[in-house]
Design a protein around this ligand. Structure first.
Ligand SMILES: NC(=O)c1ccc[n+]([C@@H]2O[C@H](COP(=O)([O-])OP(=O)(O)OC[C@H]3O[C@@H](n4cnc5c(N)ncnc54)[C@H](OP(=O)(O)O)[C@@H]3O)[C@@H](O)[C@H]2O)c1
Length: 150
């Protein structure tokens, strides 16, 4: 199992990852950083996210996780030191017990409703902020990096 299991997401200022389950992530401003950070590492996603992206992302092992897959078995098969969980909400929630880091880019948008980062977590997650990286060519949009404290 990787020693770093990193959730990476773009979120609205009110904590949503999408307006609805068909919404794509065209509003995200951190795609270049996402590519740089995930390149060469396995990326794990749910089937809806894979369909919305519409292809495998190049230069990374694309792992699609279905309803009946065991999360531990998926992670145990990965031999890289890190992997990224890239969405959507159902997949973030299913991997929540295994996350070691969260990389969240808060965008200056309020959706008012939509798909949250997590849904019905069994317990709260306590985080320690470890870094904040400016997104190039934006007006003070940052990727906030957190370590999960258990
Ligand atoms: N802002 C961001 O950074 C970001 C990133 C990624 C995605 N998104 C957005 O997230 C949205 C999709 O999120 P999502 O949560 O609907 O999709 P998802 O996690 O990509 O995939 C959901 C699918 O996972 C399977 N699944 C696995 N465990 C499940 C469970 N316990 N209960 C139900 N289904 C389960 C189901 O497919 P099977 O029944 O076929 O197994 C389900 O249809 C899209 O709008 C996308 O744009 C945003």
């Amino acid at each position: 199992m990787p020693s770093e299991i990193i959730l990476i997401a773009a979120i609205s200022a009110d904590g949503y990852i999408a307006r609805n389950s068909k919404d794509d992530i065209s509003w995200s401003r951190d795609k270049a950083l996402f590519k740089e950070q995930t390149f060469g590492f396995p990326i794990i996603m749910g089937p809806k996210t894979h369909n919305i992206i519409g292809k495998n992302l190049p230069g990374r092992e694309n792992i699609i996780v279905f309803r009946h897959d065991s999360i531990k078995s998926v992670l145990d098969k990965i031999h890289n030191e890190k992997c990224f969980i890239i969405g959507g909400e159902k997949t973030f929630t299913r991997f929540s017990d295994y996350l070691t880091h969260l990389y969240l880019t808060v965008h200056p948008l309020i959706f008012g409703d939509g798909i949250p980062l997590f849904h019905n977590l069994d317990s709260e997650i306590i985080l320690e902020k470890i870094d904040s990286i400016p997104i190039p060519n934006t007006n003070r949009i940052f990727q906030d990096q957190y370590k999960v404290c258990r």
